[in-house]
Ligand binder design. Structure first.
Ligand code: FES
Length: 506
C-alpha cells in the first residue's frame, strides 16, 4: 500500500508540544512551528527572550511545508540566482548567495554542537539541462552563480546516472532529515526555557504594547513581539496577498537497487525534475524525485503529476519500489526574494519570516537570523535584502498580474456554470461543483465507499471560489493557496477557519 505521507513523517519522533491551556506573557510569540518558526524562536531564546511557539497542528507536521520538503540546503538553487540577478542585479545576487551559505553554516553549527541525529551530509548540488531546451538556462544559472561569488564549475563526468547536455555544480551543499532536525530544535528550545504549543491555532493578532495573540480556543498570549512564520503570512495586513502566490509541487520516494547519486540535482526549467539521494540508518537506498509544480487551485492538480515523477524515476534509476509520495506548497514572492523583517514599515512589534520559494531550509534559517537580530536591536547583515517592505519596480508587472488573477478568481469563478445538478451525478472517487438553491453552487465529493461529502465553495479567507484538487482530494483556493479537506477541515492557511459543511443537493 503506497503512503501519501512524506518519508520523513513516516518515521519521525513525535512532536512533544501540547495545546496552550491558559494565557501567557512572553517576550516573543512565534506563529508557526516549521523550520522558520522553530529556528526563529530558538535564536530569540538564545538572545535571552522568553519565547512561545504557537502551531496549529504539530511541529514540522502535516499542517506545514517542513515535513514535506526534500530538504536540499543549497545556495545554487536551480535557476533562482539568474532570476534574482535579472530583477535585482549582481550585488543583491551576491548577498542572496551569501545569506544561503551563512544559513548552511548556522544549521551545520546547530547539528554539530547538539549532535542532532538528522542525517546531515555535505554533498554537491547540480543544476542540469534535462534536454537541449534547458542548456541556455544552465549557462545563465552558472553566470549568475559566478556573479554571486559562488565557486561553481561545470560537471564532467556527471555525478548523476546519466549525462545531461549541460550541468553546473556547486560543492559542499547539504541534505538532511528536516523533521528530525526541527523537532530536535524544538526540544532544545523547551530545554532552554521556551514554550512550544501544538494544536494551538491563532484566531487574532492585535498589535500593541504588548501585542495580544488570541487563539481559537480563546486563550491570550501577550507578547512584546510577534513573528509570523506561517507558510503564507496569515495576517490580512502588509499586502502579502498581492505580492506572493502559492504553488504546489510533488515528490515520490523510490527505493533503489544501486547506490543513489553522490549529488543532489535539479533540472533548469520545465519540466522540473529534482533529484535527492537518501541513505537511511538501516542502509536502505532511496532517491527522492520532485517536480511538476503548478499554481495552487489549478486544474493541473491531478494524479498524473505523481505518475510523471514515477516514470522519470524508473527511466533513470534501478527502482525496486516507490512506496511514498506526497505533495507540498510554497509561497512564491513576485520579486524572487523571501520576506524576513518588519511586517509593516512602521511596525516595531510585528515581524514575518515567510515566502521561502521552494528553498526553505536555507531561506527560513537566513530569515530567522534577520528577525532575531532585529528583535534584539542588532544590525543584521541581510536585513535590507530580505526587507518585507521593499519595493521592486521590476516586479510590479508580475504583482499586477497576480492581483488580476486573484480578482478574476474572486469574481469570474462565481459565474462559471455548475458541473452537475445533483449529488447523484457525482461518480465514486470524484468531485463536482453542484447547483444548489441556497448557496448557488456547492462542492460535492463521493468517496471510494460511496459516501457523499458536501461543502460551501467559498474560501473562508477572502471568499474566492475553491477548486477540486484531484491529486490530493481537497478543495484548494486559487487566490492565496488555502486548502480544505473533503469535510471542510482546514489543511493549509492563510485561511484560519474551516469550510461550512452543507447538505448535498439531491
Ligand atoms: Fe485567500 Fe482563499 S486563500 S481567498
Amino acid at each position: 500500500m503506497r503512503a501519501t505521507t512524506s518519508i520523513w513523517l513516516s518515521s519521525a519522533p513525535p512532536s512533544l508540544g501540547r495545546p496552550l491551556a491558559e494565557g501567557l506573557d512572553v517576550d516573543v510569540a512565534v506563529l508557526g512551528g516549521g523550520i522558520s518558526g522553530i529556528t526563529t524562536a530558538l535564536l530569540c531564546a538564545r538572545d535571552g527572550a522568553t519565547v512561545a511557539v504557537l502551531e496549529r497542528e504539530t511541529v514540522a507536521g502535516t499542517g506545514g511545508a517542513t515535513g514535506f520538503t526534500t530538504a536540499k540546503a543549497s545556495a545554487l538553487q536551480q535557476t533562482k540566482l539568474a532570476q534574482i540577478r535579472n530583477l535585482h542585479g549582481d550585488e543583491k545576487t551576491a548577498a542572496y548567495a551569501a545569506a544561503q551559505l551563512d544559513a548552511l553554516d548556522l544549521i551545520e553549527g546547530l547539528v554539530e554542537r547538539h549532535a542532532i541525529d538528522c542525517g546531515w551530509q555535505r554533498l554537491p548540488d547540480v543544476t542540469f539541462a534535462l534536454d537541449r531546451t534547458q542548456v541556455d538556462a544552465v549557462h545563465a544559472a552558472q553566470e549568475a552563480a559566478r556573479a554571486g561569488g559562488l565557486a561553481v564549475h561545470t560537471t564532467t563526468p556527471s555525478p548523476l546516472p546519466f549525462e545531461p547536455p549541460a550541468a553546473v555544480q556547486l560543492d559542499r551543499q547539504a541534505i538532511f532529515d528536516p523533521v528530525r532536525y526541527v523537532r530536535r530544535l524544538a526540544s532544545l528550545l523547551v530545554e532552554e526555557g521556551g514554550h512550544v504549543f501544538d494544536h494551538t491555532a491563532v484566531a487574532q493578532v492585535h498589535d500593541g504594547d504588548p501585542c495580544r495573540v488570541v487563539t481559537a480556543g480563546g486563550e491570550t498570549v501577550r507578547a512584546g513581539a510577534v513573528v509570523v512564520c506561517t507558510n503564507y503570512p496569515l495576517l490580512d495586513r502588509g499586502a502579502f496577498f498581492a505580492r506572493m502566490s502559492a504553488e504546489r509541487s510533488y515528490v515520490v520516494a523510490a527505493r533503489v537497487l544501486d547506490d543513489p547519486p553522490a549529488a543532489m540535482a535539479i533540472s533548469a526549467g520545465e519540466p522540473t525534475r529534482s533529484i535527492r539521494p537518501l541513505l537511511t540508518d538501516d542502509r536502505q537506498r532511496w532517491v527522492l524525485i520532485g517536480g511538476e509544480g503548478h499554481p495552487t487551485g489549478s486544474s493541473k492538480a491531478t494524479p498524473e503529476r505523481y505518475k510523471a515523477l514515477e516514470r522519470f524515476a524508473r527511466e533513470r534509476f534501478d527502482v525496486e519500489e516507490i512506496p511514498f509520495r506526497w505533495s507540498t506548497q510554497d509561497g512564491m514572492p513576485v520579486d524572487k526574494l523571501p520576506y524576513a523583517g518588519r511586517y509593516l514599515p512602521r511596525s516595531s512589534r510585528l515581524f514575518v519570516n515567510a515566502g521561502h520559494q521552494k528553498w526553505g531550509m536555507t531561506n527560513a534559517t537566513a530569515g530567522a537570523r534577520v528577525v532575531a537580530d532585529l528583535i534584539a536591536g542588532r544590525d543584521s547583515r541581510f536585513a535590507s535584502l530580505l526587507d518585507p517592505n521593499r519595493v521592486t519596480l521590476g516586479a510590479v508587472p508580475d504583482a499586477a498580474k497576480a492581483q488580476a488573477s486573484a480578482a478574476a478568481h474572486l469574481v469570474g469563478d462565481r459565474l462559471t456554470p455548475a458541473e452537475a445538478s445533483s449529488a447523484a451525478e457525482v461518480p465514486t472517487g470524484e468531485a463536482r461543483v453542484v447547483r444548489s438553491g441556497r448557496f448557488g453552487k456547492v462542492g460535492v465529493h463521493r468517496d471510494d465507499l460511496g459516501a457523499v461529502h458536501a461543502v460551501s465553495l467559498r474560501c473562508t479567507h477572502l471568499g474566492c471560489i475553491l477548486h477540486w484538487n484531484d491529486a490530493e482530494r481537497s478543495w484548494d483556493c486559487p487566490c492565496h493557496g488555502s486548502r480544505f479537506g473533503i469535510d471542510g477541515q482546514l489543511l493549509t492557511g492563510p485561511a484560519s477557519k474551516p469550510l461550512e459543511t452543507v447538505e448535498a443537493p439531491q
